[in-house]
Structure formats: C-alpha cells, structure tokens
Design a protein around this ligand. Structure first.
Ligand SMILES: CC(=O)N[C@H]1[C@@H](OP(=O)(O)OP(=O)(O)OC[C@H]2O[C@@H](n3ccc(=O)[nH]c3=O)[C@H](O)[C@@H]2O)O[C@H](CO)[C@@H](O)[C@@H]1O
Ligand SMILES: C=C(OP(=O)(O)O)C(=O)O
Length: 417
C-alpha cells in the first residue's frame, strides 16, 4: 500500500502551475463519444480518473492515446458503435454516468451500470433521469444497469428540482443532437458546466447560456471532432492556496482563472491571508496568525464542497472557533476522525462541524477515506509537528496531478513510499 510521508513545519515558497480541471475533464472525455470522430483534448490532468476514462472508452471501441507528460489525449470515437458500460467499468468512478448522456445523444440508446467513486454520501441521479425522460427516452433500471432508449430525442423544457452539476451536464450531452430546442432551467453555473458547453460547441453543438441558470441547447444534426484545451483546476488551485496558508508560506499559484477562486480567496482573506491577483495567477502570503471563520458549502459561486475538507483541516489551527456546514454531501466529514488523531478539536453534528482552533497538530498515521479527505490530511501533515503518514494515497491520485512533486518544488518535505 502506498503512503505519503510528510515532515511538517516547512514553509511553502515559490511558484506552481495548476493542472487541467479534473471535474471538467471527466465529463469532456465521455462527451467525445458525441463527435464520432477524432478529438484532441489538451491540458488534461495526469490523474487516475483520466486514465480510467480513457480505458473505458477503449473498451467501448474508441482509439485512445493519452500522453501524460504532454497532458494531451487523442480520442477517436468513430468506431464506438454502442455503449454498454458494465459494473466493472462504471464502478471505478462517479463520472461514468456521463457515458449515459453522451451515448443516448449519439445512439439514442445507452446501458451503463450505476456509477461508483468516492463514498461521500448518496449521489442520486433522479434529475438526470428526469431530463432524459423529458427528451423522450424510456429509462429502466434493471440488475444495477441503467437502460435509456428513445425512438427519437425531442427538445424539451426541463426544470431541475435541485441545482445539479451532473444532471445539467448529462442533459446537455443528451440534448445536443435532439430535435428542436432544450431549455434547462435552474441549471448549475459551475465553471466545469461552462467548460463542457464550450467543448460541445467546439464539436458543433449550439449551446447558449452556460454559466447562467438557464441553458438553451438548439439541437444540431451532426457533431464533429475538435481540438480543445481544458480549463485550470479551481479545486487543485484552492488546495494549494490552503497549503500555503497552512505553512505560513508565500506561494504564487499560476495558470488559473482567479475569478473561479473568489469564494476561497474571500475566506482566506477573512482568516488574515494576503492575496494578490495578477492576471492568471494569485500570490498567497501569510502575515499573521490565522483567524477562525465560518464556511457553508453551496453551489457556485458559493464555497465549493470539494474544498470543504482541506479548509476544515486548516481551520483546526486557526485562532477561535469555526463552524463548517456541508450542505451538498452528508458523508463529507470522514476526515474528521483522522484529524482528531493529530490533535484537532472537532465536533460533528449531522452536517455541521464545530472546529475549535488548537495551537498545533502533531504528526500521526492517518488514512485517506476519499479524494478530498486525502488532500485535507496532506494539509494537516504539512502543518503538524513531526511526521505524518497518509495511507490510501490512491484516493489522492484520483484527482491531484503529481501532488508530491509540486509540493517538493515549493520546499515541502514529502515522499511516497
Ligand atoms: C453542486 C456541487 O457542488 N456539485 C459538485 C458535485 O457534483 P455532482 O455532479 O456530483 O453533484 P451534483 O451537483 O449533481 O449534486 C448537487 C446536489 O444535488 C443532489 N442531486 C443531484 C443529482 C440528482 O439527480 N439528484 C439530486 O438530488 C445531490 O445529492 C447533491 O446534494 O461534485 C462534483 C465532484 O466533487 C463537483 O465537481 C461539483 O461541483
Ligand atoms: C468527489 C469528487 O469527485 P467525484 O465526484 O468524481 O468523486 C471531487 O472532485 O472532490
């Protein structure tokens, strides 16, 4: 079993470049099915989820070449003739559900097993199914497989009962080649929704309004291949901002879209950090003792659920008491018991964690239970006294490209064993 060994207490200084956005990439790769042609996807992060999706597309008949050094995937989906994604394939990640929307859009038929992925709470797909049905598909769930099929897909007006990134993207995928116009009302506005819409438009789709809560998709007859570059990862960037704060450091986070980081920038400033924006980078500088603050995870542009766990690790050493409310996923406090092993003072009541700041954490052996829990433990290890061993690194590798190399380049003492 792979572990990360971290010797805490070293200031991070210098500059790092942020990789492409995992949560956009995991939708864009399956979306390439709609092209039935060759797509060149640039600025992909070299992470496990990207490799797994490449393998799934290959199993479905695509030709896939991913160069992890250059971060480019060439994927030709011409020879994908149908989509039956088995449990073995789909269980590997949550984003396998995007195969449903993409294949339904192209073949009017898809069979995909229920998705897997990190255990952070229930991840319903009722809004995805509601959208497919509104477009004219019949959706049946049998033996763990979701079967979606339509004679033809016809544009419809779909109001989402909850703002869902996954449902918004999946409905966009299914609707690109539907007859007429589809309107998604109460759509998610996250940067990855916009990025996927831009990718689809580069493949010939006609999608307008992504980034607002009303998205219109005018169905087109045919789509085609394209070359596209994925946006920078706001969650990786936010994690490194938190790590800079955790170590009293001075770090330039480069190759980002600062606007996407507004919720985290605002909170770190509230805690006493100095943050300077400069074009495509942010400089995060520590000047004083961190102050406690309250966090509530919300849909964009609120504070992202994916940064709640790293942020709560940082709050364990802030001056005062912080309240963290997780409104998106009920199972996203699994890192708390691990942080307690390191001396953190946290009480969880349902979806709320009360964190009483302590002067310092102490290194311990801890175990990642999911991707961002792993990132939270790395944050804790960087600021703890002594050595922290983080087990179950495979979760971290799902979503962070070269995390230890990036940290080493900033002066951290970290190694993989
Ligand atoms: C709003 C939000 O922060 N979404 C995040 C969520 O997206 P992901 O796509 O997983 O989640 P959704 O945005 O779909 O879910 C938002 C909320 O809606 C509920 N829901 C969702 C779909 C559905 O059919 N029915 C339903 O009730 C979920 O339980 C959740 O409470 O995790 C992704 C990976 O970590 C992030 O990239 C997204 O930014
Ligand atoms: C939980 C996450 O990803 P996924 O939904 O792909 O499991 C995440 O990115 O924090």
């Amino acid at each position: 079993m792979r572990k990360l060994l971290i010797e805490g207490g070293h200031k991070l200084t210098g500059k790092i470049s942020i990789s492409g956005f995992k949560n956009a990439a995991v939708a864009i790769i399956p979306a390439s099915i709609l092209a039935g042609d060759k797509c060149v996807i640039e600025n992909l992060p070299n992470i496990r989820d990207v490799h797994v999706l490449g393998e799934i597309l290959e199993e479905l008949g695509a030709t896939v070449a991913f160069d992890g050094e250059k971060k480019v995937m060439e994927v030709d989906t011409e020879l994908v003739l149908s989509c039956h994604a088995t449990y073995e394939m789909a269980k590997k990640l949550r984003a396998s559900y995007y195969l449903l929307g993409a294949a339904l859009g192209r073949f009017k038929k898809a069979q995909v097993a229920f998705p897997g992925g990190c255990d952070i709470g229930t991840r319903p797909i009722d809004q995805h199914i509601k959208g497919f049905e509104a477009l004219g598909a019949k959706v049946v769930i049998e033996h763990g497989i979701i079967h979606a099929e339509a004679e033809e897909l016809v544009g419809a007006e779909i109001y989402l009962d909850v703002v869902s990134v996954g449902a918004t993207i999946n409905i966009m995928l299914a609707a690109c080649m539907a007859k007429g116009t589809t309107i998604i009302d109460n759509a998610a506005k996250e940067p990855h929704v916009v990025d996927v819409a831009n990718f689809l438009n580069s493949m010939g789709a006609d999608i307008r309004g992504a980034g607002t809560d009303v998205i219109k998709i005018h169905g087109v007859e045919k789509m085609h291949g394209c070359t596209y570059s994925v946006i920078p990862d706001q969650i990786e960037a936010g994690t490194f901002m938190i790590m800079a704060a955790a170590t009293g450091g001075d770090v330039i986070i480069d190759n980002i879209i600062p606007k996407h980081l507004d919720p985290i920038t605002a909170k770190l400033r509230e805690m006493g950090m100095e943050i300077e924006e400069n074009g495509e980078s942010l400089r995060v500088v520590s000047n004083s003792k961190l102050k406690a603050c309250n966090i509530k995870t919300l849909v964009y542009p609120g504070f992202p659920t994916d940064l709640q766990q790293p942020m709560s690790a940082l709050l364990t050493v802030a001056n005062g008491t912080s309240i963290v409310a997780e409104t998106i996923y009920e199972g996203r406090f699994k890192h708390v018991d691990e942080l307690k092993r390191m001396g953190a003072k946290i009480k969880v009541e349902g979806r709320v964690a009360v964190i009483e700041g302590t002067s310092r954490l102490s290194g311990a052996t801890v175990s990642a239970t999911d991707l961002r829990a792993g990132a939270a433990l790395v944050v804790a290890g960087l600021m703890a006294e002594g050595v922290t061993e983080v087990e179950n690194v495979q979760y971290i590798d799902r979503g962070y490209d070269s995390i230890e190399n990036k940290l080493l380049s900033l002066g951290a003492k970290i190694k993989r064993v």
